[in-house]
Design a protein around this ligand. Structure first.
Ligand SMILES: [Zn+2]
Ligand SMILES: [Zn+2]
Length: 271
């Protein structure tokens, strides 16, 4: 397999360790690669869910996640690596109060808000095929993009993760090309990011999944910049050690091609 790991890049802002229910990577396995590949800063962003039925609802505790990350940060600091204590909080309007409460009680270096595909989602495999019948493209993406726009409008997050992640679940019925032909559908999300000063994440996991492009595409990153957006982060969303910096340079290229400089600086205000 080709080694598509990025090298000599400023940071990787989206990583899951064995403190996420869907990953099994000890934190040092990422830290070691970061030093080896010349990536001086990483953010550990394990999942926290707010739906009691969701896998990261009570998988571990805030204190445990913070302890593991802070201890690793102390171990790796002498080797020139900065490890930030981040989190990926699953957002839907239904959990707004719970997320707000969590962020008032707990302090992170860096907070990603992401909309995932929960137990009630129409996009679950087996449900999707029947649900999309007779629906237009705007009707099909509406439930996802409405929640992502609300995540940006909530002003709870430093950055919104994988803003068009739904394209992973729509494939092969609706392709990345179908969505690229209707850029107006994601426009309200981009406007919400710009108006709230929330950063846009360029997530390279889509390059190893069916859409075979970043979340969002380079064209969407360019549109965000044209609308006045100037805050982007880049992350590989690794869940396996071998995905540590996978295709990370593609994410940087999408930003840099429109003059954006990715940064992990958090918002000044969150809650
Ligand atoms: Zn996610
Ligand atoms: Zn993630």
């Amino acid at each position: 397999m080709d080694d598509r790991r990025g090298r000599r890049l400023p940071f990787n802002g989206h990583l899951h360790t064995n403190l996420s229910p869907d990953a099994d990577v000890p934190i040092d396995a990422y830290a070691r690669q970061a030093v080896e590949l010349g990536i001086p800063e990483i953010a550990i962003t394990d999942h926290v869910d707010f739906d009691p039925r969701a896998p990261a609802y009570a998988f571990t505790t805030f204190e445990e996640r913070r302890r593991v990350v802070r201890e690793a940060a102390r171990r790796w600091e002498p080797l020139g690596l900065v490890i930030r204590f981040g989190v990926e909080l699953t957002y839907e309007r239904a959990w707004d109060e719970a997320v707000r409460h969590h962020l008032r009680q707990h302090s992170y270096d860096f907070v990603i808000g992401s909309v995932h595909i929960g137990a009630d989602s129409p996009y679950i495999s087996g449900r999707l095929e029947g649900w999309i019948v007779g629906k237009s493209l705007p009707e099909i993406v509406e439930p996802y993009f409405t929640e992502v726009e609300a995540a940006a409008r909530s002003e709870l997050f430093d950055v919104i993760g994988h803003i068009d992640f739904v394209k992973r679940f729509l494939a092969p019925h609706i392709t990345a090309a179908d969505l690229a032909a209707a850029p107006e559908l994601i426009e309200p999300v981009l406007v919400a990011l710009v108006e709230t000063g929330t950063a846009l994440e360029i997530n390279t996991s889509g390059l190893r999944q069916p859409p075979e492009e970043t979340y969002p595409s380079a064209a969407t990153v360019a549109r965000y910049q044209a609308l006045g957006g100037d805050r982007v982060t880049v992350g590989s969303d690794a869940h396996l050690a071998g995905q540590f910096a996978w295709a990370l340079s593609d994410g940087y290229a999408a930003a840099e091609s429109v003059g954006l400089k990715p940064s992990l600086e958090p918002r000044l205000t969150r809650v």
